[in-house]
Structures are given as C-alpha cells and as structure tokens.
Design a protein around this ligand. Structure first.
Ligand code: BF8
Ligand code: SF4
Length: 621
C-alpha cells in the first residue's frame, strides 16, 4: 500500500508500514471503511434531535422537504451547526474551568503540586477584573481572581468581564447586534435550549446565537484557560525544542502525555525529573526518563518548558506503534478511543486521568489537585518499572527529530519587538510584512496529513505574510522545519529581513487551541494601536485540516471578531444555501468578516492574499 497518499510525513509513512506489519488498525482504515459517507449527514440535512425522528430532507426536492415537526432544511442545518458550536465552546470553557478550580485550590493551600508561576500575570488579570490589588498577597489575589472567574461562567451580568479586552468598535458592534457574550455557561445552555424541537426556528437568529456562543468561548472560556495556565505555569517565552517521532528515545523510559489540560501534564513534568525516579530508571537499565507531548497538552509543555513533541492528532496511534512507549497518560479531548486497543499490541500502559473522560482498555487513575503530585510520581514510577517489559524486537524509531522554536506568547512577541507592537505595525505599513495569518486546527483523514497546513503556510510566508499557528497546525509546521530562524530563507524578501533582524522564525508557535485566544488578544492590540476595528486589519485565519467541534467554535469566533477565515474541510451546511450564503457572504455586512471553504492550499493562499491586499488598500497602505 502507498502510505505516501495518506500522510506527507516520513515518520507517519514508515510507522503506517509498521502498523500494517503489526496488524494494528489505524484511523485511516476505519475512515476508509466509513465510505461513502451519508450524503444527508454531510449536507447537515439529517436531524435526530427528537424522538419523532430521525428525519432527513431530500436535497433534490423529490422526497420530504420537512421533518416530522415541520422543520425545513434551513432550520435543520442551522440547528446542527449551532450544536457543534455549543459542544466546542463547552469543551474549551470547561477546560478553562478546571484550571480556575486549581487556582482556587492553590489559594487555599490545597494543591501541593502547583504554585503561582507568574505573579505578574496574576496582577494583570486582577486588574482586568477590577480587583483590589494593593497590599494583597499572591494567594489572596489568586483566591479573589478564581472567585471572579468562576462567576464569569454563571454571571447574571449582561457582559463577560474578559470580553472588555476586545477593541471598542468591536464591542459596540456586538452590542448593536445583540451578540455580546454573557455568562460562558449561559450561552452554551441557551444554544441547547434554542435547538430543542419547537424553540428557535429562525435560522438567522440561530446562526447569530452561534456567534454569541462562540464569542463566549474565544473571549471567555478559552481566554480564561490561557490566562490561568500562564498564571499557574508561567508565561511562555521563546524556547528551543524538537518534534516528530524521533523525540522518543531507544535507551530511555518514554512517557507520552496526550490531551489538553496542563493540570495533569505539568505535574508529570515535575515527577519525571524527580532524582529518586531517575535513579530507579538507571537501575532498570535506562539512560533517563524522556517525557514527550502529543497534541495540545504537548503544546502547553512545549511552549513553557521546551518539552519535545511526538506529533499531532493523526500521529497519536502511530506513536504507540513505535513499540517504545512505556506509558501514555491522557486527560481529555481528541483522544481516540482506539488508543487502548492499539496499546495491547505492545507493552505500553495506558492511563486515563480525568473524572469526565473514560476510555476502553485504559486504567483510570483520577487526578485531583490535592493528590496530583503524589499520583504523578506513582505513575512515573510505574512507567519506569514497565521499561523492563519493552520488547526490543518491536521497537522502531526510524527518524531523527526536527529542531524547532516555540513559546511565542503575546508577551514574548511584544518583547521580541522591543516592548510595543509599533515595529510590527511599521513593518506592515511599509509593506515588508503584508499581513498576518493564524493557521490553526486539526488533522483530518479527509486531507492528506499535514499537507494543508504546510503548503498553505509556505505559500503565505513566501508572500511576506507572517504566520502565527496553534494546535495540530503548529506541530505540522514544526515538523516541516518552518519554526527555525533559518526558515526565514523560505520567506519573501520583506518578511525575511524582519525575521533575520529579530532572530525569529517566519512561523510563530502561539500555543495550544485554547491559545487561539492569544491571537485574538494580539489582533485587538494591533487594532487599538492603529485606532481601528480588527476587521480593518490585513489579517486572516485558516483551519486547513479541521475536524473537531472545537474548531467550529474557533472559526466562528475568529469571524465574529472580524477575521476572515478559510476552512479546508466543508462543514455540514451545504443542505442550506441560505446558511452557506450567510456564512460566506452575508456576514460581511453584519460583522465585517466571512468564511470561505477551499481544500486546495494553493488556492486558499490566493484567497487570503487577495483579502489581505484588499484590507491594505482600504487602510490606504
Ligand atoms: O485542541 S488542533 S485535533 S489536539 S481540536 Fe484536537 Fe484539533 Fe489537534 Fe488540540 Ni485543537
Ligand atoms: Fe424530525 Fe423535527 Fe424531531 Fe428533528 S426535531 S428529529 S426534524 S421531528
């Protein structure tokens, strides 16, 4: 079989071969077995919201045009899309809530494995919430801030406090449109209510509530997740690391952390450098304990500690196929339920840690802030003991890792610029940098693995467009070598000059998927510095290989924040040309940005370049 059709990556191709040899089934085979996909579902025209259904609408007009309740194609498509936004917003925001809970426990002295990593950021955020700061200790402030943030989830106020960080013209527009986000939980809950049978049957209003719900994620739950992670674990600074399956070590105990919330992976990081456990590893014949990340919890560790990254979403099963992993520790989100069964072919111990996320064939060891550090030590010890059970005949680590830089928080980007966004604005004004694009999101077997991210990113930097990336897109670009200062050679002359002057790569790793909120904050800062709305800036977003509901919420809050966004995978909305028309055209007049869908990365780059040049012209640049 020709695995180069499935993935652009060398490690992916070689490990797919090994998976076939080991008779391990992967996501690509299961995806193939699902073909052809249901046409009704693909178009968003099937509904199973109530027990009078399931219903489906015939897109050719020969069969039913309404469900049993009378819902037409527009209503069904808008309801389905709304529920995707709600699920995505819930996932990010609940992740944020778990961090706030840890912050509260740190303040009470009940979370021995955690501390305040950035007192400065704690104070900045306390300022955002208008808290009394004078004379307060860090723990007192942490208690007040955690309380204020917990309130954001269920607030009865008409507006989130966090959202005030958006530029004034945006806030006025959201107010005018009636989409100003209120309590984080309220918007998601209201979406579930509106999409119950017999509630909101106005597809335009449903879509607008989708906007409001997504904004409660981007400027609410996700932003809280990012900011509290920074407060607890430190604000990321540029840091060197390595990426791809080559980061696993033949002669060391390999532990992979997979999932999203740094609450678990940070304590594992502490335990993995425990001298007693390192001594135990040596006793067992290993040269050390090698902790590596996968997906977004990996991005969190990479951003803050330079912990190496094994891969992105579609690589998760293949990391186990290396036969070199002693333990995989997962928390939640994007963890394929197949992983436990893949692990049974090797010696790998699989551990799930979250009270809200269970998986087949994994051992469940629940993390709570009170016991996290002890549990982390226990788990690392078990991983070390498992090293003896590794079968060297099954180990296959055929690639060398690629070097990369991560850690570009907004604070770090501003510092690299000398403290203010002015040099970046000057470079944009002078046309050396034409604009900036956030390349974000997942992998999806519908798109050749990593192709969408890497090709689009290359086309953009070649044309002097700075790329900021997060999530699995960021890992793809790192594997392709685009996160090294030397990659400036691949950039156009203007961007190359700026990158070389600052010593930065042309593709900046901004973090995990909740860290897309960092892109919002930076866009807001640029808009404020220029005295315009975000929608006036030469910016864009792209999710070339998205798969998850979280990515739907991200796409919607990008557009709702005024950032034109190109998707590489068609969402299930083509059953309603009204919804398609609203999202790809109509929203421009309402919110100053739209979606486009373009799976071909070269063509997507052309769309983005045209948009950026249009914005430049409108700004008189
Ligand atoms: O939050 S990019 S596949 S790992 S959803 Fe998941 Fe998508 Fe990766 Fe991170 Ni984000
Ligand atoms: Fe069918 Fe309407 Fe029920 Fe959906 S809500 S399943 S369209 S009856």
């Amino acid at each position: 079989k020709d695995f180069s059709k499935l993935t652009t990556t060398k490690d992916g191709q070689l490990l797919l071969e090994k998976a076939a040899h080991d008779q391990v089934e992967t996501v690509w085979e299961r995806f193939e077995a699902q073909q052809p996909h249901c046409g009704f579902c693909e178009m968003g025209l099937s509904c199973r919201i109530c027990a009078m259904g399931p219903c489906r609408i015939d897109p050719f007009g020969e069969g039913p045009s309404r469900g049993a309740c009378g819902a037409d194609a527009d209503i069904i498509v808008a309801r389905n899309l709304g529920r995707m936004v709600a699920a995505g917003a819930a996932a990010h925001s609940d992740h944020g809530r778990d961090l706030v809970e840890v912050l509260a426990k740190v303040a009470q002295g009940k979370a021995p494995g955690y501390k305040i990593g950035s007192p400065e950021k704690l104070r900045t955020l306390a300022g955002v919430y208008g808290l009394e700061i004078e004379g307060k200790s860090d723990t007192e402030l942490a208690a007040d801030l955690a309380h204020a943030m917990e309130e954001e989830y269920g607030t009865r106020q008409e507006r989130l406090t966090m959202v005030n960080r958006a530029p004034d013209p945006r806030l006025e527009l959201w107010e005018k449109l009636g989409v100003m986000p209120r309590g984080v939980d309220r918007e998601t809950s209201e979406m579930m209510h509106r999409t119950h049978m017999g509630v909101d049957n106005d597809w335009v209003r449903l879509c607008l509530h989708g906007v409001r719900n997504a904004l409660s994620d981007g400027w609410g739950g996700s932003l809280i997740a990012t900011e509290v992670s920074d407060i607890l674990f430190g604000v990321p600074k540029p840091t060197k690391s390595q990426v791809n399956l080559g980061v696993l070590k033949e002669d060391q105990v390999n532990i992979i952390v997979h999932g999203h919330n740094p609450v678990v992976s940070e304590t594992i990081t502490l335990a993995a450098s425990d001298p007693d456990l390192l001594a135990l590893a040596e006793q067992k014949g290993a040269k050390g304990i090698n902790l590596v990340g996968l997906c977004c919890t990996g991005n969190e560790l990479l951003m803050r500690h330079g912990i190496p990254m094994a891969g992105n979403h579609l690589m998760s099963e293949l990391t186990l196929v290396t036969g070199a992993v002693e333990m995989m520790i997962v928390d939640y989100q994007c963890i394929m339920p197949s992983l436990g069964s893949v692990a049974t072919c090797y010696h790998t111990k699989m551990i799930s840690t979250s009270d809200k996320a269970g998986f087949p064939q994994m051992e469940h060891r629940e993390f709570h802030p009170e016991i996290a550090l002890d549990l982390a030590r226990e788990l690392v010890k078990e991983a070390v003991e498992n090293y003896e059970l590794r079968n060297p005949d099954k180990v296959y680590l055929p690639v060398e890792p690629v070097e990369m830089y991560g850690g570009f928080s907004v604070e770090a980007i501003l510092e690299a610029l000398g403290g203010t966004p002015t040099p970046l604005i000057e470079a944009i004004k002078a046309g050396k940098i034409r604009g900036a694009v956030g390349v974000v999101g997942c992998n999806n077997p519908k798109i050749k693995h990593d192709l969408g991210h890497v090709e689009l990113t290359k086309r953009l930097i070649e044309n002097d467009i700075l790329v900021l990336d997060t999530g699995c897109a960021a890992v793809a670009n790192a594997k392709a070598g685009l996160k090294l200062p030397e990659a400036a050679e691949l950039a156009g002359p203007g961007l190359k000059e700026i990158c070389q002057a600052l010593g930065i790569p042309p593709v900046l790793h901004v973090g995990s998927c909740v860290d897309n909120s960092r892109i919002l904050v930076l866009a807001g800062a640029l808009a404020d510095a220029l005295g315009v709305d975000i929608s006036a800036l030469p910016l864009a977003g792209a999710a070339p290989e998205w798969y998850s509901e979280k990515a739907v919420s991200i796409g919607v809050y990008f557009v709702a924040s005024g950032v034109y966004t190109v998707l590489g995978v068609m969402p299930p909305i083509t059953g309603s040309m009204n919804v398609v028309g609203l999202l790809t055209k109509g929203l421009d007049d309402v919110i100053g940005a739209t979606f486009d869908v373009e799976p071909d990365p070269d063509k997507a780059a052309l769309l983005i370049r045209a948009h950026i040049e249009k914005k430049r012209k409108e700004l008189g640049l």
